[in-house]
Design a protein around this ligand. Sequence first.
Ligand code: TLP
Length: 342
Amino acid sequence: MQWIDFRSDTVTHPTPAMRRAMAEAEVGDDVYGDDPTVLRLEELAADKLGKEAALLVPSGTFGNQLALFTHCRRGDEVIVEDNSHIVWHEAGAAAVIAGAHLRTIEGDNGLMAVDAIERRIRVGDDIHEPRTGLICLENAHGNGRVLPLSAMADTAALAREHGVPVHLDGARVFNAAAHLGCDVREITRHVDSVMACLSKGLAAPIGSILAGPADFIAQARRKRKLLGGGLRQAGVIAAPGILALTEMAARLDEDHQNARYLAEGLAKLPCVDIDPADIHINLVWFRFNADIDAAELMSALKQAGFLANPPHQGAMRLVTHWQVGRADIDRLLDVMQRVLSD
Ligand SMILES: Cc1ncc(COP(=O)(O)O)c(CN[C@H](C(=O)O)[C@H](C)O)c1O
């Protein structure tokens, strides 16, 4: 069955050009620093992300947790927004790998108030206190919204004042830049390290990038090896990653326009609450304002050839990407209209 998959942008298949690049990739042993395609990807990614150096890692979670593991000492505290991926979806890795404690702040649509961050920064002169080892931001946020650059600048200034590094979970930082109409470096200039996914809307089959200062990335490379993340002939995954950056980043606006189109259609359906103006990137979150038969809805979608994650606590997410077009969206809306009107 050829599914039309609205579950996430993690489901994207590599493009035909990526598959050709994978087959033709020049390779070497990356642990020895010999894979020319990985080196080319890391150099390109560092430049695109405005950092001195970059490191290819297997996943976004790996990149985030490697950042915590490299920035933090064991027992450090990490200030992070309560609904971030690092808190909800990384299997408690911060405690296991970095040995760090997550100090969460309830954000406003994912945005932590600067004064709330400041109240939680440990100044470190009290024997009872842990050290604040890192502040983490997420932009674009998993709630589908893009944090304003001014808010990132304010957080960066506070962090600098206290000598605390800032890491950006930039799984969708290229989506954020497309929404803001700015170069990615306008976002990443406010943080010390950034993780960016090649494998979501950018459609690479696997891989993320961790970028930052050269000495930080050198330490991270060593810690990646410690975690068993040393790569060998990884040129076969770096080659599609290069196309992700050089070709797919430029088309993300199409996914955002499709997401807005989907949201406008959802807004016309019975018992759906959504404001299309809230749609910043390719993540379309909405709520049901009445009891619906979720099992019937999911079954009807599946029978029509659509994959979607079921509603959770009344909220549901649909995600657009390069393998979802307007005709697919129209058909999905027709199915939802029929089920929700019953
Ligand atoms: C903001 C952010 N940061 C990090 C990650 C982790 O990336 P991977 O470990 O899946 O490559 C994700 C993946 N997000 C996935 C999704 O959205 O379907 C799931 C929830 O893990 C993410 O959304």
